[in-house]
Design a binder for this molecule. Structure first.
Ligand code: ADP
Ligand code: ZN
Ligand code: ZN
Length: 803
């Protein structure tokens, strides 16, 4: 007996385990662990992952696998194991863990259809639904779901004349190109050339070409080069002189670009000291985690490149993660420039098809290095020699939906399997990482100096309250305005940074303070100048801008806060001669726009680059000598224990954009809270002081890295239900954890309502709890029924979003 254990694609507690299926003899050696198969499940045909192939099953009367979906396994043994680890550590179902590791193109949607079981049945169907089956055995669910006769279909299904089937829709087509090759030896081709009729001139040209170039050539190229028609080539194929075949090609997103080849730079002493232990770990196959702590512009990337070089020399592979936002062409260029076609790139700008192509290059071992955002951590390499995470403190490495994994944790887990190093790089490491490095859990490597030996830019902090007192109502302080003018005269470039995260342009009544809120979510609506609408960023609700206050009828209701458009307008008034390039979600939503704008700026087509978070990283242009931060504190007041850390990191990153090359840089930070330590210390670029001060705060309030935390959020349309469920859960958890654990709540979430669903949360702080995972699973089990009926319970084992 040959049996496959399969994890089926049904997301419920009961199905979160393997089911055994018989492997039909014809597929005995075809079906392997890590492959996807179609299996019968109740009345349905569904997809599943084979996790094991074995000789025996305790189950009687096994059903057979219907068909395989892959020719080769899509998950390696290591990734199957990793899936179990993910499920255990993020409390997700195994099927979700497997799916998250694969490109989206694999997630074939199921087409639900109604099938007529036998042609004879058509006579006994009610006449209303007969027409549906006139031409075909099946009708799609969409076609009947809204139909008034749906109950008739239901009755027929009960009677057994029709049934519901699930069809896996066609998977993504591989892109193929036709190639033409010679079918005989050169000698025979020469002989045949002589035998061709005199007037078959074009055929002679083609044949002569293959005698000269005895190798396959793409059909389209052949036609273009020789200026012959497809018919000419066809007739030679008919004569058996040439053959045609389809070859799979990849849609390479960087296909039409060439990258100037770069060579390893001679390393500085600091870089050498960092590279040595990494090389050693690669050489001796020792699993280690390094923190490469280096200020911006200290040459971290060169350390990455030369570490990868060592890995490739050993015949192994490398994964490099960079935050989506800094996965710019500039960054890609540095890796492609060094390692050429061996580099695959995975980022969200690619279409599903392009991502799939990059994934297949990795799977087939044609790429040895992958550079990508978060999900690239699941690259299906078999022989990993290093995993690098650049800007390791970035919160985008945490996935904020199921499975809620952190790429850093996955990296460390994979590196254990492959006995290889993990390198975490940052100028502003997360507190958790830095604490581990200080304790020696990670090995600390420091690059203290900038490459050009330029001092870090001089930072000036401006108290905007003072400006107001001095009668300056503009969004630019007097100093910033002066410097802006100065740079325009000197023809140097400026970056203006607007921190939009946290709060944006909202409408407030100047008389009574009324703020226009979303009627479905407890959050203020955002003013969109573009279409003069107020919009909710959580549920999409839109309404027009009020002309008078709904509360007190005052006409003094207007928007407050500064958006990039507002700043652009203001610049237009104050500095009409300045050429401003604005980068925000509105100007960069089209494919390639991001890159084009940056390119224009780099080529000097703009004096001022104005933007949000997306310009904070990766920019490395020699002519930038001034960075202005318009509002440093918008993030400080978010209900999030990491808000100081995030503010510090962001300000440090932005400041690092100035003076990276020959010209010295200046930074001006405008704020309403200049006394706050995260702003003051970012001004001094003093990470160590910030770390110490913030650690004190974390210790007092029992936050990471002193405690681990779990956030449990409950939501439902009925407020009373949410409160009572969250209360019971908190009580249940409290009773099962030790006295060292702290269970806070239930309390209303900072955003109490999203899309008409009320939200309550409970926060667990702990150091070591044997029963935690089991307890949380028990909670989810207990409420299974309610969850199926509209209750949501989300468990985040290491939350980064506290709202
Ligand atoms: P980081 O990644 O730490 O921000 P980069 O790797 O971008 O720093 O380095 C900053 C600049 O210094 C880059 O232009 C880079 O090419 C250059 N650089 C890095 N290492 C060296 C080296 N050993 N010799 C000369 N230039 C270097
Ligand atoms: Zn009012
Ligand atoms: Zn809303």
């Amino acid at each position: 007996m040959n049996v496959a254990s399969v994890i089926v694609d049904v997301i419920t507690k009961q199905t979160d385990k393997t089911f055994d299926y018989l492997i039909p003899d014809k597929w005995l050696n075809t079906i392997q662990p890590g492959m996807r198969v179609i299996v019968p499940f109740g009345p349905r045909r569904i997809q599943g992952f084979v996790t094991e192939v074995k000789k025996h099953s305790d189950i009687h009367a096994l059903k057979e696998i219907i068909e395989p979906m892959d020719l080769v396994p899509v998950l390696t043994d290591e990734l199957l194991q990793l899936g179990n680890w993910l499920a255990e550590n993020t409390l997700c179902f195994k099927i979700s863990a497997f799916q998250v590791m694969l490109p989206a193109a694999f997630k074939a949607k199921y087409g639900k259809k109604i099938k007529l079981l036998s042609r004879e049945n058509i006579e006994i169907l009610p006449k209303e639904i007969r027409p549906f089956f006139e031409k075909s055995e099946t009708v799609s669910w969409e076609d009947i779901a809204k139909n008034e006769h749906i109950t008739l279909f239901q009755k027929e299904a009960a009677r057994g004349t029709v049934e519901v089937i699930y069809e896996v829709k066609e998977r993504l087509k591989k892109k193929k190109v036709k190639y033409i090759s010679p079918a005989h030896s050169i000698e025979i081709l020469i002989e045949q050339l002589k035998l061709l009729q005199k007037n078959a001139l074009k055929q002679k040209i083609v044949l002569a070409y293959f005698i000269d170039h005895f190798e396959p050539v793409e059909l389209q190229k052949l036609l273009a080069r020789l200026d012959v028609s497809q018919a000419t080539v066809k007739s030679l194929i008919k004569k058996g002189l040439l053959t045609e075949k389809y070859v799979e090609v990849y849609r390479d997103p960087y296909k039409d670009r060439t990258f100037a080849k770069t060579v390893p730079l001679p390393l500085t002493v600091e870089q050498l000291n960092a590279v040595k232990p990494i090389h050693q770990s690669i050489e001796q196959e020792i699993n280690r985690v390094f923190l490469l702590f280096g200020v911006t512009g200290s040459g971290k990337t060169e350390v990455y490149l030369q570490s990868i070089q060592k890995v490739l020399a050993k015949g192994k592979e490398a994964i490099v993660l960079v935050p989506e936002i800094s996965l710019t062409p500039q960054m890609v260029k540095r890796f492609k420039g060094r390692f050429g076609d061996e580099v695959a790139v995975l980022h969200s700008g690619l279409s599903a098809g392009e991502k799939y192509d990059e994934w297949r290059k990795i799977q087939r071992g044609e790429a040895k290095v992958v550079v990508g955002a978060r999900s690239a951590i699941f690259a299906p390499f078999k022989n990993i020699g290093i995993i690098i995470i650049d800007e390791e403190h970035e919160t985008s490495y945490k996935q904020e939906e199921n499975p809620r994994y952190h790429a850093r944790d996955v990296a460390i887990e994979r590196a254990k399997f492959h006995n290889c190093p993990v390198v975490l790089g940052s100028a502003t490491p997360s507190l958790e990482t830095f604490a581990r490095a200080k304790k020696g859990v990670y090995q600390l490597l420091t690059l203290a100096k900038r490459m050009n030996n330029q001092a870090l830019p001089a930072v000036e902090i401006i108290d905007m309250r003072e400006e107001l007192r001095a009668g300056n109502r503009s969004m630019f302080s007097r100093l910033l305005f002066e410097k802006l003018t100065d740079r325009l005269e000197k023809k140097e470039q400026t970056v203006l940074f607007l921190n939009k995260r946290g709060h944006s342009s909202f409408v407030i009544c100047r008389d009574c303070g009324y703020v226009l809120n979303c009627p479905h979510c407890d959050i203020s609506l955002t003013y969109h100048r573009f279409n003069q609408q107020m919009k909710c960023h959580y549920c999409g609700f839109e309404t027009s801008v009020p002309t008078k206050c709904p509360e007190c009828s005052s006409k003094h209701i207007r928007y407050f806060g500064t958006g990039t458009q507002k700043v652009e307008e203001e610049l237009g008034k104050l500095l009409p001669e300045a050429r401003v390039i604005r980068m925000d979600v509105d100007t960069t939503s089209r494919k390639g726009a991001h890159e084009r704008l940056l390119d224009n700026f780099q080529r000097g087509k703009g004096d001022i680059l104005l933007g949000t978070q997306m310009i904070a990283k990766g920019l490395d242009f020699p002519n930038i000598t001034l960075v202005g931060v318009l509002s440093a504190d918008t993030m400080l007041h978010l209900p999030d224990f990491r808000s100081s850390e995030k503010t510090f990191q962001l300000l440090t990153q932005v400041s690092g954009r100035a003076g990276r090359h020959k010209l010295p840089g200046e930074v001006i930070i405008q704020t309403y809270t200049p006394e706050h330590y995260s702003i003051k210390l970012a001004g001094n670029q003093d990470f160590n002081r910030f770390y110490e001060q913030e650690m004190v705060v974390r210790k007092i309030h029992k936050y990471p890295p002193f405690y681990f935390i779990v956030m449990l959020t409950v939501s439902h349309e009925q407020l009373m239900k949410v409160i009572s469920v969250t209360g019971k859960i908190a009580e249940f958890i409290r009773a099962r954890l030790s006295n060292n654990a702290i269970v806070l709540g239930p309390v209303a979430s900072p955003i109490q309502r999203i899309n008409n669903r009320y939200r309550y949360q409970c926060l667990i702080k702990y150091k070591q709890e044997q029963n935690l995972s089991q307890t949380l699973k028990a909670v989810l089990d207990h409420y299974q029924h309610d969850i199926a009926n509209g209750l949501t319970i989300s468990v985040d084992m290491n939350p980064y979003i506290m709202m």
